[in-house]
Design a protein around this ligand. Structure first.
Ligand SMILES: [Zn+2]
Length: 695
């Protein structure tokens, strides 16, 4: 469901999320240094920071520069990050408080609760780099032996299951999802996968930078294999074959744009039928080893992939298949292995891919990893101190205001029939609002954590999470479940649940500041609430109904009208250049751009309504600006950013969100209320002749 999240690749959100991708691991990647410098101390920034704006820039020419022009100078990119933005600032603050909680818990030796034992020992084992160094590859020896023990391709299904159970997702992905067409059911799902680079086009593009990165990836695989004991010349040969293997998988993979489309990724079928398309693979053995319940049907998300995988498994020699699995295993646990593995992993997956120069301090990284492993055990302690009942009440009020604004907005869509409007409102009324943290905390009692086994703890936590996920298959849906831990600086809409989710981690200054005005808060967090709500009605979300089922509730004419309006956004954003030679992919980013545009419209409507109710004088100026102007400055400051070009490039090529400065420009260009608030004339750079409006 990652692609429905709000700022999926905003690296920092993902870092703290429950399902860590390679990127996130590498970002928080481990390099132990002898000196261990003290981490910096972070303080919260206010809801609006006048220091970051550049009032000498005409807001009608470049509003991003006007609102964020001095951000880069005031917030240089730290060496341990690929970028700096308000998400990363809040991430640092939350991460710092988590580290403090963990230090206290870890220092306790008596009277610990079972959960304190688990998070304390997980943290201590992670911090104990001397033991990590001493134990070498011993913690993963049984997995390496399982790979080495394959003497016949018929045994592959079993070892793939063993690896996938600990989240080493070789060759493909297997998991659980709500049935798109019957959201009350939880079913098994199988999908393309197995790539070490962010997405398929990394293997297929032919530009100079692309070829260089692919060569660096090849060298990195060789280095990892060498560190694990393969002679260097042999490792180099294996690495090139592994890259060739992944390139073949990439060629058979669906594009990330198509992967966003629920109709293209839904093919419910009997397992027996699926097995015909992946011949020579013993699905039952895989199923047992990955600890899935035995299923009779599954969603085959990517049918075109299996003949390609069949071919790859049949034509690749066993030695290469083993090297491929060994490399992915080493990468998955590199941050909990001796320094050499950790440094090599960081060098490629963080430095080369994203431009990060050095890893974060060990205590901060270990805090992120405890959050990944046991986010609700740690998060429970965190929300007690960092999320007040007052914040929750204020959030509920804003969410209510924004949902009411959407109801009014639907009524004013003059291209929409009464029939479709009725359906849209029905869906809106069924949206569930989840704020802060779960009502019922997750039970970690069966997860075993040992005080001297950092890598083993990671593998057992992955196994625990895998089993928890797969165990849902065939059971009723738990609508109270969260996909993100409470301290996560992110938010998401889930179309199958039809719910919007705002972890306490993002309900912090500057996004929500109890000392800031409503104008600033509605511009900041309000536009993010509106963004998530609009996802329910973006190009994908609109295909699901209020009960979370993929079902078409649009009249044919209304659907046509909707798509025309979406095409306007595709054209608008496709015309933007992001970095060097790279243009934005207007189709890939359509859902996020729709959400950005709708989100700001709804937040502004909601703010104006609230201001009227509270008799706010909308002409009065504070610090020289009207409330409407405060609102738009607050919105823009969500996206002040300074980033290494490597990160921007990687994001533009693989992320459904537009880069931050273009998010601000793209949205405001379509906003008559913005033009009115700043007196911008039609024809000025921020008010082009053509504007788009979906919601
Ligand atoms: Zn989004």
């Amino acid at each position: 469901m990652g692609h429905w999240r709000w700022k999926t690749s905003g690296v920092w959100g993902l870092m703290a999320a429950a399902v860590l991708a390679g990127l996130a691991q590498a970002q928080s990647g481990t390099v132990q240094t002898a000196t261990r410098p003290l981490p910096p101390v972070y303080v919260p920034t206010p809801g609006f920071d006048a220091k970051d704006m550049d009032p000498s820039v005409d807001p009608c020419t470049d509003f991003y520069k006007f609102a964020c022009g001095k951000y880069a100078a005031n917030h240089p990119i730290p060496a341990d990050a690929p970028m700096m933005d308000p998400f990363y600032e809040v991430f640092n603050i939350n991460n710092q408080s988590l580290a403090k909680i963990l230090k206290d818990v870890a220092a306790k030796t008596t009277g610990r609760t079972p959960e304190e034992q688990k998070i304390g020992d997980y943290y201590n084992a992670c911090m104990d780099v001397d033991t990590i160094e001493k134990r070498g590859l011993a913690p993963i020896a049984s997995y390496l032996a399982a790979i080495d023990g394959v003497h016949d391709k018929a045994q592959l299904a079993k070892v793939i299951g063993t690896l996938q159970r600990v989240n080493v997702d070789v060759f493909f992905g297997y998991g659980e999802q709500q049935d798109f067409k019957d959201a009350t059911k939880q079913i098994a799902s199988i999908s393309q996968g197995g790539l070490g680079l962010p997405e398929k086009d990394y293997y297929l593009r032919t530009g100079e930078k692309d070829r260089t990165l692919l060569q660096q990836y090849d060298a990195h695989i060789a280095k990892m294999l060498t560190l694990a004991g393969t002679p260097a010349d042999k490792a180099a040969q294996q690495a090139s074959k592994v890259v060739a293997l992944e390139t073949a998988l990439a060629k058979g993979s669906m594009s990330i744009t198509d992967m966003r489309d629920p109709e293209k990724t839904y093919h419910l079928k009997p397992v027996a039928e699926f097995e015909h398309t992946l011949s020579g693979f013993e699905f039952g053995a895989f199923e047992r080893e990955v600890h899935s319940p035995q299923v009779t049907e599954l969603n085959d998300a990517t049918p075109q992939f299996w003949p390609v995988l069949t071919q790859v498994l049949a034509t690749t020699d066993l030695d290469t298949l083993q090297a491929y699995m060994r490399y992915h295993l080493l990468t998955a646990v590199a941050s909990r292995l001796p320094k050499a593995f950790d440094e090599e992993n960081f060098d490629f997956n963080a430095r080369k891919l994203y431009g990060t120069q050095q890893p974060r301090s060990r205590d901060r990284r270990c805090s992120v990893w405890v959050d990944s492993a046991m986010g609700e055990a740690l998060g429970k302690l965190w929300v007690e101190q960092y999320f007040s009942a007052e914040s929750k009440a204020k959030m509920l009020q804003m969410v209510g205001d924004i949902e009411a604004a959407m109801e009014r907005d639907i009524d004013t869509r003059d291209w929409m029939s009464a029939e479709t409007k009725q359906q849209a409102k029905q869906k809106l009324h069924l949206v569930a609002n989840k704020i802060g943290y779960p009502d019922k905390w997750r039970d970690y009692s069966t997860l075993e954590v040992r005080p001297e086994d950092a890598a083993g703890n990671l593998l057992r936590a992955n196994e625990f999470e895998n089993d928890r996920q797969l165990n849902k298959i065939g059971k009723p849906v738990d609508r109270g479940e969260w996909l993100m831990s409470p301290p996560t600086v992110n938010a998401y809409y889930d179309p199958s649940m039809n719910d919007i989710n705002f972890p306490a981690g993002i309900l912090q200054p500057a996004f929500y500041d109890k000392n800031a005005s409503d104008a600033v808060n509605y511009g900041h967090i309000g536009s993010i609430i509106g963004h998530e709500l609009t996802h329910g009605f973006d190009d994908e979300g609109r295909k699901f109904d209020g009960k979370g089922n993929l079902s078409d509730w649009w009249t044919a004419e209304d659907a046509k009208q909707y798509e025309q309006r979406g095409q306007c956004l595709v054209d608008e954003y496709s015309s933007f250049t992001a970095v060097d030679d790279v243009k934005l992919n207007g189709k890939l980013t359509l859902g996020e751009n729709t959400a950005d545009n709708g989100g700001l419209t709804l937040a502004f409507m909601a703010y104006m309504q609230r201001a009227r109710m509270q008799h706010v004088d909308l002409t009065a100026r504070q610090d020289g600006y009207t409330p409407a102007q405060h609102f738009f400055r607050g919105f823009a400051q969500n996206y002040c950013e300074t980033a290494h070009p490597e990160l921007v490039r990687t994001e533009v090529l693989s992320d459904p969100h537009s880069p931050d400065d273009l998010r601000v420009r793209g949205v405001l260009q379509n906003q008559p209320d913005f033009a009115a608030a700043f007196g911008c004339k039609k024809g000025s750079p921020m008010v082009p002749a053509n504007s788009c409006r979906v919601w």
